[in-house]
Design a protein around this ligand. Structure first.
Ligand SMILES: Cc1cc2nc3c(=O)[nH]c(=O)nc-3n(C[C@H](O)[C@H](O)[C@H](O)COP(=O)(O)OP(=O)(O)OC[C@H]3O[C@@H](n4cnc5c(N)ncnc54)[C@H](O)[C@@H]3O)c2cc1C
Length: 443
């Protein structure tokens, strides 16, 4: 099939690239416009001194079926770094997590015995009652389930310990904000996925680092880097873009930036699209990395740090476990994520101040690390890190998708469209591509 029409995709993160990739494969004339010097957005890697720092996304899991399929099509190798240990802090000590088997769960001493039994019962119920919950497309979740936040739901159904040390802790690590800010349905679907034996807590990483996936797609597409779109003007049935390459005209436009940028570009856009992006909230964080001796953190890959244990650090990962290429001359990286409330006051501070504040807390959490082993390496400030999928947001996106996607030849995609993480963003891009194709077919 060769669909007629010129399509512009604004933003070369995984959502925009996946959309452009599917359009390109369907024979559409598609061009991608990217603000930064390289594609990737929140899935980018910066390499210096022979060590690679994933600035945003830094792992994949087996459940990312669309990302795995893309990587295979593009010839990008994905390798597993499992089996690895995961640990959660309780009373100042890192305790191992064993979520993937019933026997393992009884050994999880981050929770009391009574809580473990209740979690187990809860888990079995969730598996039986909600076999089809899809974390990567939250619009598919039942409206009925989407009325309460995850923290109060977990406390009511299982108990305070579970809410603090598992639910709030995972949300802090993976979303950087509190479980009271995400819908119970969204968390339930994440939990459902993680509790599936097929999930196995295995961590995957791209050969050539996360950047490899976006680079491979960008090479096969027409991508204009260092080319921010500054304005969008509706003209007849299409859109004119203002950018460093002039003011090209397109029949359809896919806006694949974060909601904040989309809000700015949609000043004259359709009302429902404008309202959706105006109402989208993100957590902010800073991703900080230190050089450490490669054995410094042992065999534990990810340390989850609940908010009730530390107000600054939400998680840290041992990059040495990702493979030999992540170590150089006996050094590797520890990658630290921050809780939003700890990160907000740091966003305006200097790099030195941020490194000092984070190092102090990291040393307190991991007493085996020595101050002289911890060398500031790199950091990235994220003002729009991860969307907050609270109940109102999930419902607003659901309505938008039913009524306004594609209005006036303008399509939205990205993780904020009820499509969390890399897999969600990739699927959102692919859904937008399908919508563009049927719109073009209608003429
Ligand atoms: C610190 C951190 C850690 C994370 N860890 C993980 C993880 O381990 N695993 C996981 O699955 N997910 C993780 N995520 C989430 C994941 O990175 C995102 O969900 C995903 O990358 C979002 O992709 P996107 O295409 O929707 O948006 P983005 O990647 O933000 O893409 C938007 C693109 O638009 C471009 N742009 C902006 N303005 C303009 C303009 N005016 N003109 C043209 N282009 C413009 C941007 O430069 C960017 O390239 C993490 C996120 C962060 C911040």
């Amino acid at each position: 099939m060769h669909a007629k029409g010129r399509v512009a995709v604004i933003g070369a993160g995984i959502a925009g690239l996946s959309c452009a990739w599917d359009l390109h494969k369907a024979g559409v004339d598609v061009q991608v416009f990217e603000r930064d010097a390289q594609a990737g957005g929140r899935m980018s890697t910066r390499t210096k001194d022979m060590l690679a720092f994933d600035l945003g996304a830094n792992f994949l899991v087996r459940a990312y079926s669309n990302v795995f399929q893309l990587a295979e099509e593009l010839g990008v190798g994905l390798r597993t770094v499992s089996p690895v240990d995961h640990a959660v802090y309780r009373d100042g000590t890192a305790r191992l997590l064993h979520f993937s088997s019933v026997r393992g769960m009884f050994r999880m001493d981050c929770l009391g015995l009574w809580s473990r039994l209740r979690v187990l019962r809860f888990l079995l119920k969730v598996r039986l009652r909600y076999p089809l919950l899809d974390f990567f497309h939250l619009s598919s979740l039942s409206t009925q389930l989407n009325k309460e936040d995850a923290y109060s739901y977990a406390r009511r159904k299982v108990g305070q310990e579970f809410a603090d040390y598992i639910v709030d802790s995972f949300n802090g690590c993976m979303m950087f904000h509190r479980a009271s800010e995400i819908s119970a349905a969204a968390f339930l679907s994440l939990f459902r996925m993680m509790a599936d034996p097929a999930y196995d807590f295995g961590i995957y990483h791209a050969q050539g680092d996360m950047q490899a996936i976006s680079d491979a797609m960008a090479r096969s597409l027409s991508v204009h880097t260092s080319c921010p779109v500054t304005e969008l003007r509706q003209e007849g049935s299409g859109w004119r873009l203002m950018c460093a390459r002039g003011s090209p005209f397109f029949d359809r436009v896919v806006l694949a930036t974060t909601a904040g940028v989309a809000h700015h570009l949609l000043r004259d856009g359709p009302a429902m699209q404008r309202d959706l992006v105006a109402g989208t909230r993100y957590s902010s964080t800073v991703n900080v990395s230190f050089r450490v001796p490669k054995q410094a953190l042992g065999q534990t890959h990810c340390f989850y740090v609940p908010f009730c244990e530390n107000r600054l650090i939400s998680e840290f990962t041992n990059e040495a476990l990702k493979g030999d290429h992540t170590t150089h001359q006996g050094w590797s990286l520890v990658n630290v994520g921050l809780h939003e409330s700890g990160a907000l006051p740091l966003l305006e501070q200097s790099d030195e101040q941020i490194f000092a504040a984070v190092a102090e807390q990291l040393l307190a959490l991991h007493p085996d690390l020595q101050a002289d082993q911890l060398k500031p390496y790199d950091l990235q400030r994220w003002r729009e890190a991860i969307p907050k999928y609270d109940c109102q947001h999930v419902e607003r996106v659901r309505q938008f998708e039913k009524q306004a996607q594609g209005d006036s030849g303008l399509f939205l995609c990205g993780d904020y469209l009820n499509s969390p993480w890399l897999e969600g963003a990739c699927r959102s891009g692919r859904r937008a591509a399908r919508a563009v194709l049927s719109d073009l077919a209608r003429g």
